[in-house]
Ligand binder design. Structure first.
Ligand code: KG4
Ligand code: ZN
Length: 348
């Protein structure tokens, strides 16, 4: 089955064409083409994403990406079109939805409908791309042995912990009560006069600093729930910078990063132990942080846990349309369809 996927929820315009087979018990993916037009440079002067600028750029980029998608693939006749309907910026989401609707009317052989996709499910299922690749085909060798699993979605807008019993049976067990992990990186970066998006900048700076230099708070670390909170941590950094002169910002970056990861890792591992998880999947922009992956791997090993860790490649942690195609395949097989209406607050 060929899936054309469109993603415009935030500041990346993305289109992908993906071939999928294997069904829910052994899904395999072959990426025919995947294009992403990043708007980072346009939003950077504003220190964050400006919704109307994002909409304007998506409108400009979508036809260009679609044109460039075609030459590489001889036969662009998708069986379904998967398009992100939320969560995200509604003016931006609408550009993708309307583009999908226009395409459907142009592609005459389209058998199936457009499938509306929850962007968070895209991140959730991105672990399916973390497999060994044979001829660019992604598949998991021991699929039956993956579950139960704990999935941690850490992006610019969300921090969600999910228990998965199978690919289609999953339940949210915790989430952030205020800022998302990525949002905390972006806000702390701003306090340190680093450009947007803050995550990669803080990671770079943190490499030169001491993660134990400053003892920033680890919010909700010892609470028995699976919720998170990062706004207090950000505020304590604000006060630290106000009250201390001549601070080494690389130490602030490293110590903030460590505090954030300590909480994310401790709660994820506690959930994994409680639910006897065989796998842990991390996804979303923050999951591309190498130090998080290294720390988590080490903690799994030190605690003697037999857990497979799945972390997608950087380009699949960040927003892209391949993950939307994957969620499209799974939703198609489940016969689950969402209304083709932008829903900025869609949850999982
Ligand atoms: O998943 P994503 O690309 O978009 C959303 O769906 O939100 O995540 C973007 C977020 C931003 O907040 C960005 O600062 C953060 O992911 N991020 C990182 C890193 N790369 C991106 N955070 C920490 N370390 C990184 N290397
Ligand atoms: Zn995302």
């Amino acid at each position: 089955m060929k899936i054309l996927a469109i993603e415009t929820s935030c500041d990346e315009t993305a289109i992908a064409l993906v071939e999928a087979k294997g069904g829910l018990l052994n899904p395999k993916f072959y990426i025919l083409n995947s294009l992403v037009a990043s708007q980072i440079k346009i939003h950077r002067p504003f220190g964050g994403v400006v919704p109307n600028l994002a909409k304007r750029e998506h409108l400009k980029n979508l036809p260009l990406l679609f044109k460039n998608l075609k030459p590489k693939t001889q036969n662009l006749k998708p069986d379904i079109i998967a398009v992100t309907v939320g969560p995200g910026l509604e003016p931006a989401l609408w550009t993708g939805i309307n583009f999908a609707k226009n395409l459907k009317s142009q592609i005459s052989n389209l058998k199936s409908n457009i499938i509306g996709i929850n962007h968070l499910e895209g991140h959730l299922y991105s672990f399916l791309l973390e497999q060994k690749r044979v001829n660019f085909q992604f598949s998991i060798s021991n699929f039956q042995n993956l579950f139960p699993a704990i999935a941690l979605i850490i992006s610019g807008g969300h921090t969600i912990l999910i228990k998965m019993n199978s690919l289609v049976k999953y339940k949210k067990i915790g989430e952030t009560r205020d800022d998302a992990a990525g949002e905390a990186f972006d806000k702390v970066a701003r306090l340190l006069n680093l450009p947007y998006p803050g995550g990669p900048e803080i990671e770079k700076l943190a490499k030169k600093g001491n993660p134990n230099a400053i003892d920033f708070p680890r919010p909700m670390l010892n609470q028995k729930n699976y919720d998170f909170s990062f706004s207090g941590l950000k505020t304590s950094i604000l006060y630290y910078l106000r009250d201390n002169k001549n601070v080494k910002i690389e130490n602030v970056a490293a110590s903030f990063q460590q505090a954030t990861f300590d909480v994310l890792i401790k709660k994820t591992l506690r959930a994994a132990k409680e639910f006897n998880a065989k796998s842990i999947m991390i996804s979303g922009g923050v999951a591309s942080n190498f130090s998080l992956k290294k720390n988590l791997k080490l903690r799994i090993k030190n605690e003697g846990l037999k857990i497979n860790l799945f972390v997608p490649e950087k380009k699949f942690c960040a927003d892209n349309a391949v993950i939307i195609a994957i969620a499209g395949y799974i939703n198609y097989l489940r016969k689950k369809n969402r209304r083709l209406t932008a829903n900025g607050n869609l949850n999982i």
